[in-house]
Design a protein around this ligand. Structure first.
Ligand code: CS2
Length: 495
């Protein structure tokens, strides 16, 4: 990569012919969107839809991409004027595009005030978020603001120099109100249940804790449409960087890897103007809930199940896991027999076709999506991916052996020791607590008790359900005795 000149505005015209690039004048764009959490997912998803809208001639929607924590993305993209390569990959090959919609970058901790000022600017109509599940400072089991969260406490004490997404949004809304501007629309693009309502609940509560009057204002005025976002985006590796640089003839410090599939369903509830994302392939609907539930339970539920079991069985990627005995059959049955029956009808979606397409996407050999990456933050993901489905199965008196196996694999994973006794680098906001609870456990029974004590994940209802304890107990005992590879290979799927 070092031999190539850097990708940036001045070098754009050196790109090879086959590589799509911004056809619009980036210098003339307004900043209509401030995006919090400028990670790989945003750059493979919303930024690409917005790039298409800009190419159609609507110049209002340049994106200011902000990191709330690390300066890595800004350091990589600022010398490139925000430009980056997108590599769309499958077994047939790789298609490259340079995306131009991110026109400004910010690192929140370096200058919180500058970011708030951008969010409070009159041209800013949308503040979108991909801050991952844990970025909402909520309790996953209930969806309520975690008022003891260290960032929430900090931001309530220092409202003008916040750290958290809720802290930034509420302060920016306060300033807009003081300046006589209408609120922006807050657009959650994370895999949370009822993500718009969840964001709204957190913001209203946070604002009310700051000042009851501000709380009433946010409750009365703020729009938070729900969205369903879908595209698989593995972390970029150095090998990806080198390959993309050779293909572009230009060095790109952070190209994004993704799959051909992309989907975005958005609740049409905006306070002001919005980009015509539908002209770029998104769908505006009145009610996102059925799409979101299907995606979380089928795609993400399977993904997490593959991640924990696959990791324990020694597989590095999802496609390797899918090729190992029993895994594809397990998630196929999880979707068909356990998750799909809990879903209300989804307009325009045939659930069995959808499940089949998911199996093909998981098998995509070009993606190299690490099981370890998906395994991150399980305490924040389990409730909406697996536990909600279990609750519905329990109410209906129906079995859930595959879901129980996925949950048991998570319990085994968070002990921090793999099946060969090697350390697992468990990344999770509750990692230390989980390790402390689970490390002394020598039996399945003790391990379940230790994990079910984590109310933020399991609530108070599931630990009290004998059918839940017993199904997860059977699965966990099998995992401890035989190991994940054997348990999955020999899993008996009832006819
Ligand atoms: C994955 C998701 O990392 C994970 O937890 O399950 O990021 C998944 O790839 C996306 O939701 C796909 O849309």
């Amino acid at each position: 990569m070092n031999d190539h000149p850097r990708l940036c505005t001045a070098t754009l015209d050196r790109l090879p012919h086959g590589v799509a690039r911004p056809s619009y004048d980036r210098a003339t764009l307004a900043t209509g969107i401030v995006h919090l959490g400028i990670g790989a997912f945003h750059r493979a998803h919303q930024a690409v839809y917005t790039d298409s809208v800009l190419a159609m001639g609507d110049r209002r929607w340049g994106i200011l991409g902000a990191s709330l924590r690390s300066a890595d993305t800004c350091d990589a993209l600022a010398p490139q004027d925000g430009l980056y390569g997108l590599a769309v990959r499958d077994a047939a090959g790789e298609r490259l595009q340079v995306v131009g919609s991110v026109t400004r970058l910010a690192v929140a901790p370096e200058d919180p005030d500058a970011l708030i000022a951008a969010m409070a600017a009159p041209d800013t109509h949308i503040v979108s978020l991909t801050v991952t599940e844990k970025g909402y400072c909520h309790r996953p089991a209930t969806g309520a603001l975690d008022e003891d969260h260290p960032d929430v406490r900090h931001d309530l004490a220092h409202p003008e120099a916040p750290r958290s997404a809720p802290g930034f949004i509420v302060e920016a809304l306060r300033r807009r109100r003081a300046a006589g501007l209408t609120p922006f629309t807050a657009l959650c693009c994370d895999n949370l249940p009822h993500n718009g309502a969840t964001l709204r609940r957190v913001l209203v509560r946070f604002a009310a804790l700051r000042d009851p009057d501000l709380g009433r204002y946010v409750e009365g005025e703020l729009r938070c449409p729900s969205t369903m976002v879908d595209r698989i985006v593995p972390a970029t590796t150095d090998a990806d960087r080198a390959r993309v640089a050779d293909a572009l003839g230009l060095a790109d410090a952070w190209p994004i890897m993704t799959e051909p599939f992309t989907q975005w369903v958005i609740e049409d509830d905006f306070a002001g103007p919005r980009p015509a994302w539908d002209a770029a392939g998104a769908t505006f609907v009145q009610d996102v809930a059925p799409y979101e539930l299907a995606k979380l339970r089928l795609l993400n539920g399977s993904h997490s199940t593959l991640a924990y079991l696959g990791y324990l069985a020694g597989h590095e990627t999802v496609s390797d896991t899918m090729a190992a005995p029993g895994f594809a059959a397990l998630v196929e049955a999880l979707m068909r027999d356990e998750a799909a029956p809990t879903l209300p009808p989804v307009p325009g979606l045939d659930v069995s076709d959808y499940a089949a397409s998911l199996l093909a996407r998981f098998r995509n050999p070009a993606l190299q999506h690490r099981t370890w990456q998906i395994a991150m933050d399980g305490s924040q993901k389990l409730p909406q991916r697996l536990l909600g489905t279990v609750r519905d199965r329990l109410v209906a008196g129906q079995p859930f052996g595959r879901l129980a196996l996925g949950i048991a694999a998570w319990m085994r994973y968070v002990t921090g020791r793999d099946e060969r006794g090697e350390a697992i680098d468990v990344r999770d906001p509750l990692a230390a607590d989980l390790r402390a609870r689970t490390a002394p456990c020598t039996t399945a029974e003790a391990l379940i008790d230790a994990c079910l004590g984590v109310q933020a994940v399991f609530g108070t209802d599931l630990p009290a359900e004998p059918a839940f304890r017993s199904a997860v107990g059977v699965a966990l005992a099998a995992l401890l005795q035989h190991g994940a590879a054997k348990v999955v290979a020999e899993f008996q799927h009832p006819a």
